[in-house]
Ligand binder design. Structure first.
Ligand code: FEO
Length: 169
């Protein structure tokens, strides 16, 4: 069973993952507004993936017989200076999520909660990929900055992304 503190910490992480989903939805709408439908599509897929992360924790908390208590999701930022600034925010956000996951994992270890510790391994591995993808995207957008043809090419490429949301196992 989960300790009260771990139950509360996992509920916080559910909220953080759903906030990530909301933030990426907002970034997608920014790109839609400035005419980059491919980037908008990429962020929509990313938003779905974040909600799947939240769901995965929801299923775990329920499976351990604890309570999922959903809280309000704070409003995300809605405007950016340019595409580079959006991806800088993505990198910073994913680094923050990695810190949250690491803190949760440390907490599970301190509590001798092996089940939660093992469950969080999936998220630790996922964050390596999330940070790598975010940094890669930022570098590519920086390279294309100021060259409309290159930006349109990237927009098309980002538009190829399907919904990669991982179903909660
Ligand atoms: Fe669920 Fe992008 O971390």
């Amino acid at each position: 069973m989960l300790s009260t503190e771990m139950e509360s910490a996992l509920n916080e992480q559910i909220n953080a993952e759903d906030y990530s989903s909301y933030l990426y939805e907002s970034m997608g709408n920014y790109f839609e507004h400035i005419g980059f439908r491919g980037f908008a599509n990429w962020f929509r897929a990313q938003a779905e993936e974040e909600h799947a992360h939240a769901r995965k924790i929801v299923d775990f908390v329920n499976a351990r017989g604890a309570r999922v208590l959903l809280k309000a999701i704070k409003a995300p930022k809605t405007d950016w200076k340019d595409p580079v600034e959006v991806f800088e925010d993505v990198v910073a956000h994913e680094e923050k999520v990695t810190r949250l996951i690491n803190d949760l994992s440390s907490k599970a270890a301190e509590e001798n909660d092996h089940a939660t510790h093992t469950f969080l391994e999936w998220f630790i591995t996922e964050q390596v990929e999330e940070e790598a993808n975010a940094n890669d995207a930022l570098n590519r957008v920086k390279m294309a900055e100021g060259a409309p043809g290159a930006m349109l090419f990237l927009d098309q490429e980002f538009g190829q992304r399907g919904n990669t949301a991982t179903p909660a196992e």
